[in-house]
Design a protein around this ligand. Structure first.
Ligand SMILES: *Cc1c(COP(=O)(O)O)cnc(C)c1O
Length: 466
């Protein structure tokens, strides 16, 4: 008899965590500051507050181990989609020839959010604080559109205007997410646009310019600095976004407690590091405090954009336009342009400073997979679990499958937990190309990485000055 309470583990709305877990005070080394690209010095909070919502700036540098989630915000999470389920992947286990309870694969299902990914977890927090501070407009950029649609959804809920600069190539090729943004009242502009000085430089030369994430960031930042009532919204990488995502890991902990299971391995895909960070931080805190010393943590990157696996830990610009803060992180260089793989969310050149520190200190490890093997695992998951995963999330599935097969081979007992960061309903092109045999793998040549990392415009930050 299957005990369904052990295969689909749910929490009540009143079990939504009351605090976010801040890992900064427990890190083995102090967190590095955000550097102002204009003068190479740590950005003063006043400057950061002109760009981001004030509470987020305070959270970015807070040393409090737990930060309360406001009650109204918890109610909004509850009304919208949280807590999300934790599932035991029984179908996938069966497909892999795993019988009994020695090896378990479990996944946290963040695909049930209104826009189909974990991103609304931070959107709702950022929109909530913005509303409270009288901010009337949030502005951002988006590549493939996952972040833009999440922000449009959240802003609409709080009656805040949302403006999205969407890379023109995606704007034209991926109309689905653009329509979703507009359905939530988001104002979407193809970037480069003629609405900002940063965009006009390109737009006036070529109104069909395909754009880049770097240009779109410049447009969004410029737009957000125009008015005292508008702010820029960021979807990953920075500490406060990872903080908001810790709601994922805390729910997982409570859900595993309900079925009396301790995780042995935690797995997540890494673009900027926010869904992985959100899953692991509550467990990393225990690990750093000696409570679960043997837990293994694995971040998964695409072979086409392996920031931690192949990059260098150094100071670098957050964006190719050099307008965003400089961060100390694993990076492939802000000039690095990744191959056009389908996991748009994993094509960022850098990695969250928190994840970079945890990786550098060997508290976690990272692996890489090719997109064909990733999509193969994604389809296996769709057939066995009934959810077509986002190509990003399929990276985590591929690694969970590998871990389970190794454990089976070695007759080990292992509880494997991964984050299903999103569904793939807007990524059908990736699956179609796979089905017609058109999907290609990209491996990054090391001389290209070297070229991007030794570019003359890499920033020099003098750490002795702070
Ligand atoms: C954006 C996105 C990612 C990558 O971002 P992280 O900050 O690394 O989590 C992964 N999966 C999905 C579904 C996304 O939308």
């Amino acid at each position: 008899m299957i005990d369904y309470n052990k295969t689909r583990i749910l929490l009540e709305p009143n079990e939504i965590p009351k605090e976010w877990v801040n890992i900064l005070p427990d890190l083995p080394v102090p967190m590095t500051p955000l550097i102002n690209p204009m003068d190479g010095k740590p950005a003063p909070p006043e400057l950061a507050c002109a760009i981001f919502p004030k509470e987020c700036v305070l959270q970015e540098i807070s040393q409090d181990p737990l930060i309360p989630i406001p009650k109204e915000l918890r109610e909004i999470y509850a009304k919208s989609y949280r807590p999300t389920p934790l599932h035991r992947a029984c179908g996938l286990e069966k497909e892999l020839g795993i019988v009994g309870d020695d090896i378990k694969i479990l996944f946290k299902n963040e695909s049930v959010s209104p826009t189909g990914s974990h991103k609304p977890n931070t959107v709702l927090a950022q929109a909530y604080y913005s509303k409270r501070n009288g901010v009337s407009e949030l502005i951002t950029e988006t590549g493939a559109g996952q972040w833009g649609s999440a922000l449009s959804y959240g802003c609409n809920l709080f009656d805040i205007k949302c403006t999205v600069y969407m890379v023109r190539a995606s704007f034209l090729q991926k109309p689905g997410r653009k329509i979703l943004m507009r359905a939530f009242n988001g104002e979407v502009h193809a970037s480069p646009s003629n609405l900002t000085d940063s965009g006009k430089i390109y737009f006036e030369k070529d109104p069909d310019h395909p754009g880049s994430l770097g240009i779109a960031i410049s447009e969004a930042v410029e737009h957000s600095m125009r008015s005292d009532k508008s702010r820029y919204a960021l979807g990953s990488v920075v500490n406060f976004v990872l903080l908001h995502q810790t709601i994922i890991g805390q729910e997982v902990k409570a859900q595993l407690n309900k079925i009396d299971i301790q995780p042995d391995v935690l797995i997540g895909c890494m673009g900027g590091g926010s869904n992985l960070g959100g899953l692991i931080i509550p467990f990393v805190r225990d690990k750093l405090q000696g409570k679960n010393p043997d837990i293994e943590i694995i971040g998964v990157e695409p072979r086409a954009c392996p920031s931690v696996n192949k990059g260098t830990y150094r100071w670098d610009y957050g964006d190719s336009a050099k307008k965003a803060p400089i961060l100390k992180m694993y990076t492939l260089g802000h000039n690095f342009i990744p191959s056009p793989i389908h996991s748009g969310g994993l094509r960022y050149h850098g990695m969250a400073p928190i994840i970079s520190i945890l990786s550098g200190k060997k508290i976690m490890s990272s692996v890489m997979h090719h997109q064909t093997e990733v999509i193969t695992s994604g389809l296996m998951f769709a057939k066995t679990e009934g959810i077509l995963p986002a190509p990003e999330a399929a990276h985590a599935i591929k690694e969970a499958v590998n871990q389970a097969l190794i454990a089976k081979e070695n007759n080990e007992k292992k509880n494997i937990v991964f984050c299903l960061s999103g569904h793939g309903f807007f990524d059908l092109l990736a699956y179609k190309e796979y089905m017609i045999g058109n999907l290609v793998d990209y491996e990054l040549p090391s001389d290209e990485i070297q070229k991007a990392l030794t570019a003359p415009d890499m920033p020099n930050v003098d750490e002795t000055r702070f």
